[in-house]
Design a protein around this ligand. Sequence first.
Ligand code: GDP
Length: 365
Amino acid sequence: MEHPENDELYKGLKVNKGISDAPTVNPYLKKRAQRKHYTPAEFVEGIRKGDITILSQAVTLVESSLYEHQQTAQEIIEKCLPHAGNAVRIGITGVPGAGKSTSIDAFGMHLLGQGRKLAVLAIDPSSERTKGSILGDKTRMEELSRQQNAFIRPSPSAGSLGGVARKTRETIVLCEAAGFDSIFVETVGVGQSETAVHSMVDFFLLIQLAGTGDELQGIKRGIMEMADGIIINKADGDNVEKAKLAAAQFKNALHLFPPADSGWTPQVLTYSGYYNLGIKEIWDMVDAYVAFTRKNGFFDHKRNEQAKYWMYESINEALRESFYHNPAVENELTRTEHKVLHNEISSFVAAKQMMDLFLENIRKN
Ligand code: GDP
């Protein structure tokens, strides 16, 4: 029966005359349907061959919040892990306007010129796909985005910082398995995201500007402390002297920090991303850092520490997810919040009640 609602049983319902099937299939849907569904093994095979389309599709699964996508993504990541770890991972941060995209374009072209393969990823918890300008957006890196040996991926869309960062961390694994030997992780130098980036890169580059007269103001001490290299951009034209002055100020400020665990003394360089000046010196510095820390064991030590950090981060994230998505908790949370807001119970009692409810609920299931 085509329209069961016409049955006597459903007398109350009136069904308008119509067609039971659309005469043609929406061509967009048809195209989507043709998109091949790969098994995890096929995904891994494609990634290992360096197939960018397959890599992109796998990254989409990593970024998806659908349960079945996550299952497949985790399987792919696990299979890629033995082939990952061979890239040099570089964090790049700077406030909007510091010249991150211009610089990444220039740095990237320099690395590609050396025969390297580069993936540019980003962490920007505030961005949403629909809101235009996003870190790592291809259109911001004009030249690089046209290169075959460059893979550019915008930040996973908005979510908790931990969630966004974990997705980028997992994408690094896929990119490395696909043969990318250099990874950039870009972020905006204003908030917490630097700590997240720092926990997944080998070298942390801070892009600064000169000429504002208050170079050292407004930079969080924590961010400067994380930097393995501070690079002053826009050292061109009238700005060269100002940039040099700023570099001297930064060098002085760095002396006040305790020596880094790596044994490496952070360097300060000036350059121009736009006019391609001083780029080689920056990469000589990064290469020197890698050689130095590989020799003294810090490179591997840091990666081990990061692996540990991500284990706990993933546990925390999973716990948080299962708590907030627990049906019993979801049901009760707003009511309990209301009670707290009206001074009916204290925050601590409320938290305890919610935790008890959660634990009781998972014990039952
Ligand atoms: P982002 O917001 O950090 O990604 O910064 P952009 O790369 O978009 O750069 C911001 C502005 O600074 C743009 O107008 C660039 O053209 C300009 N800019 C970037 N690098 C340089 C540079 O080395 N020299 C000069 N003079 N301008 C630059």
